[in-house]
Design a protein around this ligand. Structure first.
Ligand SMILES: [Zn+2]
Length: 314
């Protein structure tokens, strides 16, 4: 009798615990799916590139494809066009050949003129879904993600510094009080001498505009350059910002400290320019010579300032 009772009790307990287990499991699934949905909304290319893994994947797989297309066609394609399809399929397996193939879908060669042009999203998508892996992609989803990432200025050609997350903790401000129009990092040909990389952002401010230290830092360069005109570099650890074409740079010299928001000079049109503007460039380098690292080796060290600064803020 006692034994039977114990057995019943045991069965009851196991049933209750089984029930509790299933209940907890369901809650977990429910919570999991909500948080997954939440994080899916939060996925941006910028977030992906901010992680070490994402940055590595970009450097090893996607950037070479962008470089390849650029070298042959002179067209800089958007990273979002070639990376996004993987977000909707398989973000674990990458194949250089496949990525290169997708990258070439973004441009078209005019056989008569021997010139390339950028294709429309429709043209690109039409060929993208011919690749088995991407045949089920939803055009609207893809287009939405790509345009959101373009609109949020999340992704630009350039490096993503390893320390980007540390840089995000630094208190920053824009280099000018008000940003009217600006010209982004990217390929350009202002002097009709052929396309080349523009490593900074050109902010179209009139001569004499106050230029502000974007963070607490130290002046690491203050001098004249044939291309950049009067230039000032301010550094905060491995983060450096360069201001070029100044009419009047600060009187402070190298190793002198500056405070965030402090006037470090006035904009102008010195050096090689087509008009007055501030050329604002950011670079990441562990260096004793920021001028050398960020000017002579800019291809290796530059990143798009938009990864840290919001120039569209009104
Ligand atoms: Zn510039």
């Amino acid at each position: 009798m006692e034994r039977l009772l114990l057995k019943k009790l045991y069965t009851a307990i196991s049933m209750i615990s089984a029930f509790i287990f299933v209940f907890l499991f369901l809650i977990m699934i429910l919570l999991g799916s909500t948080s997954a949905a939440g994080s899916a909304n939060a996925i941006t290319l910028q977030n992906i590139l901010s992680s070490d893994e994402g940055n590595q994947v970009y450097t090893d797989y996607f950037r070479p494809a962008i470089d390849e297309v650029y070298t042959k066609s002179n067209i800089m394609i958007e990273l979002s066009w070639i990376m996004t399809p993987y977000l909707y399929t398989d973000f674990n397996k990458f194949d250089k050949e496949e990525i290169s193939k997708i990258a070439w879908l973004c441009v078209e060669k005019d056989k008569e003129k021997e010139k390339y042009s950028k294709r429309t999203f429709d043209e690109y998508f039409r060929d993208l879904i011919k690749i088995e892996k991407f045949k089920n992609l939803e055009k609207d989803d893809l287009y939405k993600f790509i345009s959101e990432n373009e609109q949020s200025n999340a992704i630009y050609y350039g490096n993503v510094p390893n320390k980007i997350n540390d840089f995000k903790k630094i208190k920053i401000t824009l280099p000018v009080e008000n940003v009217p129009n600006y010209y982004d990092v990217g390929m350009y040909d202002p002097f009709n001498t052929g396309m080349h990389m523009h490593y900074g952002i050109d902010i179209s401010v009139p001569t004499g505009t106050k230029l502000l230290a974007t963070f607490d830092g130290v002046i690491t360069y203050n001098g004249y350059d044939a291309v950049g005109g009067n230039m000032v570099i301010i550094s905060h650890g491995e983060l450096h910002v360069l201001y070029a074409h100044l009419r009047e740079p600060t009187k402070k010299g190298v190793n002198e400290k500056v405070k965030i928001g402090e006037v470090i000079g006035y904009s102008g049109a010195t050096g090689k320019v087509t008009g007055a503007h501030l050329h604002f460039q950011a670079c990441a380098a562990k260096t004793n010579n920021p001028y050398d690292s960020c000017v002579a080796h800019q291809a290796e060290t530059f990143f798009n300032p938009k990864l840290l600064w919001n120039f569209d803020k009104k």
